[in-house]
Structure formats: C-alpha cells, structure tokens
Design a protein around this ligand. Structure first.
Ligand SMILES: C=Cc1c(C(=O)O)[nH]c(=O)[nH]c1=O
Length: 312
C-alpha cells in the first residue's frame, strides 16, 4: 500500500504531521513528532521575529465529549532564531515545514529574506490566519493584503513556499482567494486554520472558558470538520494542480483523514486531537486509514485523492 505524497520535490513517506501550534513550540516537542514512525514531517510553531509569551492563561480548553478545542494562545513562540537553530542542527530525512506569522508585512518579509539567505532546506509556511493576536486581523481575510505580501515575497523567495489560510464560508470568497493564489508559484496551501473567534461557555459557572479577548478564541477539532472539508474541496477544485493541498481541521479518526484526501488533500495535519491524545494518535489514525483503504480495494492514496462524488 502506498501512503506517500510529494510536494515541491520533497517526498513524504507518511502523509500526516502536526498542525502548527500543536506539539511544536520547543525542540523536544518537534522531536517527538519527528520520532513517530507514523508522521511524514513536522511543522514548527508559527514564529515571530522575537520570542513571545503569548496571551494570559487560561488560553486553551478542551470541550467535553471530544467536541473539539478552543484556544487563544496569542502566538507564543521561542522566536525566529530558535527555530532557525533547530532546523540547522536537525538531522532528519523527514521534511520540515518552517511556519512564520509576523505581526506585519515587513516582519514576514524580513523572516522570508533570512530564510531565503539561509541553508534551510525545507518548506516555508506563511501563516496568514492567526485569529488570536488582539488588534491584529487575519491577513487572509484581506484579499488585497494577501495579494500584496505574496507579490513582494515572490520577488525574491525561491524556496518552496505555502500559505496557511483561515476558513472561508462564502463561495465567492473561495473564488476570490483562489484567483489570487493561482497567480503565484506556491508549493502548497494549508487549509484550514482554526475557526476564529468562537465562544465556549462553562455550564457550571456561566463563564467563558478562556481569558483572552473576553473568551473569544479559535475553534478546532470535531466541530470544524465540515468547514475544513469544504475548504479543502473548494480550493482543490479551483487551484492550479501544481499547488498541493494540506488538509487540516476536524481530524480525529482514520475516516476523517480519508475524507480530507477524498476532497483533494495531499498531506493531512492533526491539531486538536494531537493535543488531546498525544503523538500516539498518528499510529491510530494511520492504522484506521489503512483499514478503510484496504476495505475499499485501493492500493494507494492516488486511487481516491480528490475523487469525492457528487449527486448528479
Ligand atoms: C499563529 C497563531 C495561531 C494561534 C495562536 O497562537 O493563538 N492559534 C490558532 O488557532 N491559530 C494560529 O494560527
């Protein structure tokens, strides 16, 4: 059975990895994802130029009945140079995604220049969708800003570059963002980030469950699967075939991984369920996915990738 994928000449022996933000802030966490026999890569916590402590706690909460998670971490990370040191020293055959989330276009361009001028030989994920920095919008909801930063980035950046997108909820918005992204030689698009600014209430106390922003935070896990699949499907149908898709959002079972691939995903990321279950989740998901593939008589992901059926 062939459970591999390729993006920008990088071969992935397994198609799952962590979602940026989960199990990836420190070298130890990054190593634990790479050490799994069932991951094909790792992505770093989105980096800013300088170390950030993030928002005040409580800033993360797991909903009861495995419904999902809500977070307003606030972009805590060890700072750009920490992750540059990590990737410089790391000996691994698995590709590494270096995620960046600068608080301005200039900060993102400066980090891209440093990555371009470095020996980093991996893929770069420009996170345009962090919902939790107070006062900062999710860039990818501003189509002009998205076009502008990609236009400037591609005047100098030649390494494999992708973008992490927020979920869109309007067919016209799928059209609009795809028309922008298709103008650039992107290696991949990663969709979706958490659904921004959800609100969860603690029944016992009539209180929000996280402190930042009056309880507003990004929602992930089971709750977001239908939106995640819609975004993977909509972008796969619209993007140039050279732009690969990383499907993220709502993955808690092998069937969820299968559904992301059916909608067109080449790689699949696990966020909330990884935070809940730990790195053992990858073995379970890959086993469950394999059982489904065998049951359906397929031998490779290419047999069913993007083959979602519609009702005639
Ligand atoms: C990079 C910041 C993000 C964060 C965060 O650090 O609050 N949470 C998310 O759900 N998505 C993000 O992109």
């Amino acid at each position: 059975m062939n459970l591999t994928a390729t993006i920008a000449g990088f071969n992935f022996e397994h198609i799952m990895l962590n979602a940026a933000g989960v199990m990836c802030q420190t070298a130890e966490e990054l190593d634990s994802v790479l050490a799994s026999a069932h991951t094909g890569a790792v992505v770093t916590k989105s980096a800013t130029s300088s170390l950030r402590p993030g928002n005040p706690a409580p800033r993360y909460y797991e909903l009861p009945n495995k419904l999902g998670t809500i977070n307003s971490m606030g972009l805590p990370n060890e700072g750009f140079n920490y992750y540059m040191d990590y990737v410089a020293k790391k000996q691994t055959h698995k590709p590494i995604f270096f995620s960046i989330a600068g608080l301005s276009k200039q900060e993102n361009l400066e980090m891209l220049h440093q990555l371009q001028d470095s020996d980093f030989n991996g893929l770069v994920e420009l996170n345009l969708s962090c919902p939790n920095v107070p006062g900062k919008p999710q860039t990818a909801y501003d189509f002009e800003a998205t076009q502008a930063i990609l236009t400037e980035a591609f005047t100098f950046f030649t390494k494999p570059l992708g973008v992490k997108l927020p979920p869109y909820f309007d067919i016209v918005h799928f059209d609009d963002i795809a028309n922008i992204l298709n103008q650039f030689p992107l290696a991949f698009v990663n969709t979706i980030n958490s659904i921004g600014n959800g609100l969860v209430i603690d029944d016992a106390t009539d209180t929000v469950v996280i402190k930042p922003k009056g309880g507003f935070g990004g929602v992930g896990g089971t709750l977001v699967k239908a939106t995640a699949l819609a975004n993977v499907r909509a972008l796969r149908l619209r993007l140039n075939p050279e732009i690969k898709i990383i499907g993220t959002g709502g993955v808690t079972s092998g069937r969820d991984v299968y559904d992301h691939i059916l909608c067109g995903a080449d790689l699949v990321e696990v966020g909330s369920q990884l935070a809940i279950e730990g790195v053992a989740v990858f073995e379970r998901l890959e086993r469950e996915l394999s059982e489904i593939i065998i049951e359906k008589g397929y031998t490779s992901l290419a047999d069913f990738r993007g083959q979602l059926k519609v009702i005639a």
